[in-house]
Design a binder for this molecule. Structure first.
Ligand code: APR
Length: 177
């Protein structure tokens, strides 16, 4: 089926700069901020405002997603999702990672978003092997999008050129499989 793929794109960049309705943050369960993309989003949104909004939410379990305003970001909303900390051979890891993508799309659709950008959840500090995580991301987004016709644009954003190139390779495999 080609339909969901026409709404999915891959690119290299800094997710904090994107003019989309929502960006997704790879957060931790306490929503306490951190390094990586989480740190970049907190700095760009305005740390004080975003920390106060996160405190009110009181945390987010792994595999779930919650939303705050984007504050100083170009994006109107931040969808905070918590990826699994990778454990080799643990069958719950792919399920939890898939749940992050699915729940983030659901939360964005509830906010009437038409465009959303994702970072490569769990592939940094949380240690998920990049290729495996990217396959889960692509398969889950493609499988979930038919439930959300309003979400016209899903941008998967990779920080490095190498990651983008690997992801393009995986996209070809997933689409031909
Ligand atoms: N834009 C897009 N992608 C980025 C950016 C950015 N500005 N900064 C980092 N990345 C990419 C990394 O290259 C990596 O591929 O985001 C991906 C996810 O890496 P992490 O940010 O380390 O996220 P994760 O592995 O899910 O670990 C989450 O790290 O910062 C803490 O509080 C966070 O404890 C949580 C943990």
């Amino acid at each position: 089926m080609s339909e969901p793929w026409s709404r999915i794109s891959l690119e290299q960049g800094d997710i904090t700069t994107l003019d989309v309705d929502a960006i997704v943050n790879a957060a931790n369960e306490r929503l306490s901020g951190g390094g990586g993309v989480d740190g970049a989003i907190h700095r760009a949104a305005g740390s004080a405002d975003l920390q106060a909004a996160c405190r009110q939410l009181g945390g987010c379990p792994t595999g779930q997603a919650v939303v705050t305003p984007g504050f100083a970001l170009p994006a109107r909303w931040i969808v905070h999702t918590v990826g699994p900390i990778y454990l080799n051979g643990d069958a719950t890891c792919p399920k939890l990672l898939a749940s992050c993508y699915r729940r983030s799309l659901e939360v964005a659709a509830e906010k009437q978003c038409r465009s959303i950008a994702f970072p490569a959840i769990s592939t940094g500090v949380y240690g998920y092997p990049f290729r495996d995580a990217t396959r889960v991301a692509l398969e889950t987004v493609a499988a979930t999008l038919p439930d959300h016709p309003g979400l016209q644009q899903v941008r998967l954003v990779f920080f490095s050129a190498d990651d983008l190139s690997a992801a393009q390779d995986i996209l070809r495999t997933v689409r031909s499989g």
